[in-house]
Structure formats: C-alpha cells, structure tokens
Design a protein around this ligand. Structure first.
Ligand code: SF4
Length: 365
C-alpha cells in the first residue's frame, strides 16, 4: 500500500460518481485546514475513550489541537453507542485494504465490531454538514474491506455518529444494508475505479463536485460554469414575463449562484496554496490577518465576573430546538413554544424529490 490511496473510501462519493476526478486530482498536495485539524483531534479523543484512556479539556491532541468539551461529549457518545452493539472486541482506527474495489483502494475505518451474525461499521464525523447513512459509498467500501475479518456474517450494519450536525434522525444513524444493494454499490465502485484508470475517464458533474479538489482544472466543471453564464444572456424582448418564467429564472439563478460560489472557493484555495508556495500573481497577494478572540473552554467566567463586576456569561435563552438538542423532553417545553408565522419560497423540484443535478447533497445518486 502506498501512502495515499488513489481510491480513498472517504472520497468514494466523488470518484464513485465521477471517475475522471482521479486523474485530475492526482499528485495534488493534501492541504489541511482548521476544521480538518479539529476533526483529527476529535477522532483521537474517541480512540482514547474507546480504549479507556482518560483525557481532559485543554490537553493537546497529537496534532497540538487542544481537547474541548464537545470532543469529550462526542467521544462518549461514540463509545457508548459502539459498546452497546458489541459483544466482543471493538476494533478502532483499522487500516483496511479493499481489493474488491481496486488494489489501490484502502483507508482507515473508525471502528467495527462483530456481534452474532452482524458486522457493525462505524464512522465518526465531527463536522457540521449532516451526512446521509443510506447508500453511503464510504461506509459500504469499508464494510467490503472489513468482511475479511467476519467471513460468516449474514448482515452488514453501517452507522454514522455525528454529534454536532443537526439531522432529523439524531446524531447516531445506522441501517442494515440489503445484500443486493451492497453488491450493486461495490460493483459500481469497482467499475468507477476501472474507468478512472482507462484512457478516457468519464467526467460527470453533480453535487459531488462541491467536495472535489479538481474543480478549477476540470474541463467539465469549467464548461458547466460557462454554459450557465451563457444561459443567462437574458432575453429582454419579453416585456412581461409570466409567473412561471420568473419562477424558472429564480431556480436557474440560484443554481448559477451555487456553482459560481464553488468556483470562487476553488480559485481562492488554489491561489492561496500557490502563493504560499512562492508563486507570484499580478492581481492577488497574501495578507496576514488575525482571527477574532475566543474564550478557551475552561475560562473562569465566574472569577472574572466577580473581579470585574461585569456579567459576561451568556444571558439569552437558547431556542426551543436547541433545548431539545440539549436533552430537554419536547413535552416539557411544548406548552411554552410557538411557531412564528412566515413565508418562504421552496423550489417545487425539491418537494417532488427532483433535485437540480439529480443527486443528494453529498453527491450520491
Ligand atoms: S469538478 Fe466535478 S466533474 Fe470535475 S472532476 Fe471534480 S467531480 Fe468530476
């Protein structure tokens, strides 16, 4: 196994939908950012927890990011959930190779355990964007790799533990993958990997482009951007557009806004990387800026207030939704809450389940 997996399970939702992204992003340096560093530290905390090693707020993780209370709470949720399912050993941070998809497909699974006739796969996500567990290409790829350790199981359960993202099904979501669906997805990923290494890999734009590092270099995404711009050479010969025309235009404008925003973000990231590596650009330079001041997790608010006489603790009430998230039963607050009136435009396509680009928000069809 090399250092970097060409067909990394964590990016299967991109290359599984667009094999052409593999050659386009090959050799690109893997840069990190604050959110990724925080995620790495949060994963380290979960591993400590599962193995009964205590850590506390402020202790630096191996990547020097201090442990926070949120990380500890998330780790507890992770450990409790997995322990509840397990009747035997729990394997964490497992390096799995997945030759059923490609010899260059390998990655690190957060945890798995085997109980009776079921293989349980768990992934921990510390980010804010809710991820769907159904048909999750990453988890199904991992399950295929873990099958080596559980050849006689009859069921595969894939699960996500995502403590911070709001999802209607809660922070812990799992489901038993029907075997036909499992086989179909593995075949789809195997075919995508094969196509990616062919002479003319297929490029396929969609919601998965959002997470692709190749947007700026990709001819298909470039064409999509320009096609949309062309499409917006508005025909002003119609003096009074009908309500349907206005509605259609709003849908198109929002799609364009989304694609342009992503291209801006890709151009921004690429330019920053090149300038940091010594590149010179006639139109942009890097300027060092300082972020805003934040409280550390264990700041002694009470003492500061006692000494200064200034109230700095949060005085506003959290919202009813946040209260439920904090663990207050809905029945307790129901008599005291109401829904504010308001109107909001909702794209009709979304209600019909027809998305603009035919995919879910993480790119899976
Ligand atoms: S930007 Fe989209 S179409 Fe282009 S390589 Fe990436 S995923 Fe594929």
């Amino acid at each position: 196994m090399g250092e970097h997996s060409r067909f990394s399970p964590s990016k299967a939702h991109i290359w599984g939908n667009c094999p052409g992204c593999v050659p386009i992003t090959a050799g690109r340096k893997h840069t990190t950012n604050a959110a990724a560093d925080e995620g790495t530290a949060a994963h380290w905390v979960t591993e400590q927890y599962v193995h009964g090693i205590s850590t506390s707020v402020g202790v630096p993780a191996p990547n020097n990011i201090p442990v926070t209370n949120e990380m500890l709470q998330g780790a507890k949720l992770f450990r409790d959930e997995i322990s509840a399912r397990s009747q035997g050993a729990i394997y964490t941070e497992c390096k799995l190779s997945i030759p059923s998809i490609h010899e260059d497909c390998f990655g690190t699974l957060d945890a798995f355990t085997v109980s009776n006739d079921t293989l349980y796969i768990w992934d921990y996500k510390f980010g804010w964007n809710p991820v769907d567990v159904h048909g999750n290409l990453q988890l199904i790829a991992y399950a295929s790799g873990a099958l080596v350790y559980a050849p006689r199981i009859k069921h595969i359960s894939i699960g996500l533990i995502q403590p911070r993202a709001y999802h209607k099904d809660g922070p812990v979501r799992s489901y038993i993958v029907p075997i036909e669906e499992f086989n179909t997805i593995i075949e789809k990923l195997r075919n995508a990997a094969e196509n990616a290494t062919s002479k003319s890999p297929r490029l396929n734009t969609g919601q998965h482009c959002r997470y692709c590092d190749g947007k700026l270099m990709c001819p298909a995404y470039n064409k999509l951007t320009r096609d949309i711009m062309d499409e917006f050479s508005v025909d002003y010969s119609v003096e009074a557009p009908t309500i349907d025309m206005i509605g259609r235009e709003l849908v198109d404008l929002l799609a364009m806004e989304d694609i342009i925003k992503r291209r801006i973000s890709a151009a921004n990231a690429e330019l920053t990387t090149q300038l940091q590596n010594g590149g010179v650009c006639n139109t942009w330079v890097l300027n060092t800026s300082v972020g805003r001041w934040m409280w550390v997790d264990n700041a002694p608010f009470t003492e500061i207030e006692a000494i200064t006489g200034v109230t700095i603790s949060k005085t506003t009430h959290i919202t009813p939704k946040q209260a439920v998230k904090e663990g207050i039963a809905w029945d307790h607050i129901k008599p005291y809450v109401y829904k504010s009136a308001g109107v909001k435009l909702v794209p009709a396509e979304n209600i019909d389940g027809v998305k603009l680009f035919g995919g879910t928000n993480d790119g899976r069809k």
